[in-house]
Design a protein around this ligand. Structure first.
Ligand SMILES: Cc1cc2nc3c(=O)[nH]c(=O)nc-3n(C[C@H](O)[C@H](O)[C@H](O)COP(=O)(O)O)c2cc1C
Length: 304
């Protein structure tokens, strides 16, 4: 099979293809190495890392719905130090880009983490999750207030030379405005979307299906909304967009690339078919060959 040029550039990073595995859905990588050669991925994104370890929310933490899952993991993670000591060495042996997903409870924590990761070798870029409540501001999520998001990105930008991707929350009225705030603050790229706030009720026990009551919906159910958001953002910013949301196969990935995503992330699909990443890479190549397009660069955003 003929090979097309699948390379894409996001900030300072050049990916061999636009397929990335999303934060929180690929463990710390190791769990997936029996299914395919992880070096073939464009990039791997780590689970969200905070300064201190976090235990997450009470169980049950995952509930399957029609067309998706609702999770309330609650950003459980080992914290910065433990991650560097016990998880990073595995990633360092891989020949693909490692992007660290991180978050803080305050602006100070975000800046501190960006500064710390900046001096660690083996990391290609940072994906900043701004869907976290700002405790000092009474729990307002950074990612739902354009001014707060702008200021946060601006300050984090000063703390790192690594490629900075800002991951947007879909739980807003105007996602294009949020993307513009991230761009104005100095982000190299935006990734969207994170999960949609959701819940499920058990009519027999009359209790919530999740220990935390509310969780985040992901999977095929969110794809049409995520696609619309990527399209809107592509009209509003000049920086690259990474599309996420219910991408289960190559057709879904191509839809996102057509509406303007330079790269895409596979999330929930990893839990259904752990080989989705490699199948999507091969499928994109096949699609481009069939359509006589020799480079993905020429294909991005060609919708309409
Ligand atoms: C179990 C689970 C854990 C997740 N953990 C994180 C996380 O730590 N940080 C983050 O930014 N997004 C996290 N996400 C969100 C995904 O990376 C992705 O943005 C979202 O699931 C939408 O994509 P999908 O429909 O392809 O899954 C998580 C999603 C799931 C299902």
């Amino acid at each position: 099979m003929q090979n097309c040029d699948l390379t894409v550039k996001i900030g300072k990073m050049i990916f061999k293809n636009p397929v990335i595995v999303s934060s929180g859905t690929f463990g710390f990588g190791e769990e997936f190495e029996d299914f395919f050669d992880l070096n073939q991925l464009g990039a791997i994104i780590s689970k969200g890392i905070s300064l201190s370890p976090m235990k997450g929310n009470p169980p049950p933490r995952i509930f399957e719905t029609e067309g998706g899952i609702i999770n309330s993991i609650g950003l459980q993670n080992p914290g910065f130090q433990e991650f560097i000591k016990n998880k990073l060495p595995y990633y360092k042996n891989l020949k693909t880009h490692l992007i660290i997903n991180f978050f803080g409870n305050t602006q100070k924590e975000y800046i501190e983490l960006a500064r710390r990761f900046d001096s660690v070798s083996g990391i290609s870029g940072l994906e900043m999750n701004i869907s976290c409540p700002n405790i000092k501001k009474g729990g307002i999520v950074f990612g739902t207030d354009p001014q707060m998001a702008y200021r946060l990105v601006r300050e984090v930008r000063k703390a790192t030379k690594l490629t900075l991707i800002v991951k947007l929350s879909p739980n807003v009225t105007d996602i294009a405005l949020m993307a513009k705030s991230a761009e104005d603050g100095g982000a190299d790229a935006v990734s969207l979307v994170n999960t949609f706030r959701a819940m499920a009720v058990n009519i027999h026990t009359r209790k919530p299906e999740l220990g935390n009551i509310i969780g985040g919906l992901s999977g095929p159910a969110i794809k049409p909304i995520a696609l619309r958001m990527v399209w809107e953002v592509s009209q509003a910013v000049k920086i690259p967009i990474i599309g996420i949301g219910g991408i289960m196969n190559v057709e879904d990935a191509i839809e996102f690339i057509l509406v303007g995503a330079s790269a895409i992330q596979i999330g929930t699909a990893n839990l259904v078919n752990p080989r989705t990443g490699i199948e999507v890479i091969q499928g994109i190549n096949k699609y481009l060959v069939r359509n006589k397009i020799d480079s993905i660069q020429k294909f991005i955003g060609t919708f309409g």
